[in-house]
Write a protein that binds this ligand. Structure first.
Ligand code: FAD
Ligand code: NAP
Length: 337
């Protein structure tokens, strides 16, 4: 365990906004966690678990302790004919885990390739992409419950995973520190190719019968082509969630905006936030160094020296204009501090 004080958070968030934290503890082994939490100076301070910093926005300095989760390990727990259970430490890189899985021929997380960040953060917003969500293969989460001061194993149901949401993110944000997750992966699977660009990219790769490796490669290529690389143009991916609305509201909106993309989610409908933002004229807009990506209207970027507050001000203006034009409230996807 390493403790440091007055920590520069700029290199630790992918929007590269400036902020400082009172302190930081880097935890490689979970048995160190309880001693960090019991440290007298730490006890009365706010605490923030930080992974890769690819889904956070710091509007100001953080007055408490940043907990960097750095434990490692991927272990097959149990193998059955069709599927297997894998335990993964929170500090493992998510994309490295996807590579580990597809190279062994396992299905389940191939469409979640190339999502930045660490495994411990994956349940927080139930990461999702290209028609797959973590909830489909998450078996359980091992976490320290700060309210009850004990370790707990939470089943998938107890995690309350939903579209870009979970109990950890939306109901009890400061309660659990995730140490490990268990995934159920499959030996057999079918490629999911219905999202735009997948079939064409597979054809460009000359692949007709994709396995998990080819699917992960296809998704990686698509993402590299469509999204700004945070190492070059700092960003946190989609800044807003796609709004989920009642079917009636979606139908009314489609009457007035016939080209609005609407996707069926069962009893409700999902609207394309990116399309609405683009219709409001925000794509490639910049105010100082806080900007909307020229590649993707859902992605806010820092062109150099933008502060977290400037990015947030821009987000609020976008949200207000989408509400004015469409009557729909956008919700930010990253956690804002
Ligand atoms: P952080 O940003 O460090 O943390 C995010 C939140 O999780 C914070 O509230 C933090 O406190 C909490 N947290 C982190 N670790 C723990 C822990 N161990 N215990 C308790 N709480 C914890 N997301 C998607 O869902 N789908 C995508 O396709 C996608 N694409 C992206 C593309 C780009 C270019 C970028 C920059 C981001 C993208 N994201 C996407 C968002 C982001 O990568 C994911 O949400 C990712 O899971 C965040 O991981 P992280 O380690 O960076 O989390
Ligand atoms: P896209 O494929 O151009 O699609 C645009 C939007 O339409 C997406 O938001 C997607 O919703 C929705 N969509 C498209 N086809 C769909 C289908 N068959 N069924 C249901 N919804 C459909 O989107 P993109 O921006 O290039 O992103 C591709 C995927 O990567 C998406 O799943 C997206 O969520 C994910 N991604 C996420 C982030 C992030 O930070 N969260 C960043 C980049 C990409 P969904 O977003 O609900 O899938």
């Amino acid at each position: 365990m390493q403790l440091s004080w007055d920590v520069d958070l700029r290199p630790l968030n992918t929007l590269r906004v400036p902020a400082r934290a009172w302190g930081m503890a880097r935890v490689e082994h979970w048995y160190h966690l309880e001693s960090v939490l019991q440290h007298p100076e730490v006890q009365n301070r706010p605490l923030l678990a930080l992974g890769g910093g690819s889904n956070v926005l710091f509007r100001r300095d953080f007055p408490g302790l940043i907990l960097r989760i750095e434990n490692q390990g991927i272990q097959i727990l149990e193998e059955e004919e069709d599927h297997l259970f894998v335990r993964v430490a929170a500090g493992e890189s998510w994309h490295d885990l996807v590579q580990w899985s597809v190279r062994r021929g396992f299905w389940g997380i191939e469409n979640l390739a190339f999502i930045p960040g660490l495994t411990g953060a994956a349940p927080i917003q139930n990461i999702g992409a290209y028609g797959t969500e973590l909830s489909e293969c998450l078996e359980s989460v091992q976490a320290f419950d700060r309210q009850q001061a004990r370790w707990r194993t939470l089943s998938r149901e107890q995690c309350r995973l939903a579209y870009r949401s979970s109990r950890f993110r939306d109901d009890e944000p400061d309660r659990f520190l995730i140490a490990e997750i268990v995934l159920r992966l499959s030996r057999r699977g079918l490629p999911r190719t219905d999202y735009p660009g997948i079939s064409q990219t597979l054809a460009d790769m000359d692949v007709t019968d994709p396995g998990p490796v080819e699917m992960a490669e296809c998704i990686t290529r698509l993402r590299k082509a469509k999204l700004p690389d945070p190492l070059v143009v700092p960003n946190v991916g989609s800044f807003f969630k796609n709004p989920i609305v009642d079917r009636d509201q979606a139908e009314r909106l489609q009457t007035s905006h016939p080209r609005l993309p609407v996707f069926d989610t069962g009893s409700q409908a999902k609207l394309s936030a990116g399309w609405m933002i683009e219709q409001c004229g925000w794509k490639d807009f910049a105010e100082g160094d806080a900007a909307v990506s020229s590649r993707h209207a859902l992605v806010l970027v820092n062109r150099g020296t933008a502060t977290g507050q400037q990015i947030w001000d821009l987000a609020l203006r976008i949200e207000a204009s989408v509400f004015e034009k469409f009557g729909v409230r956008l919700e930010p996807e990253p956690q804002v501090y």
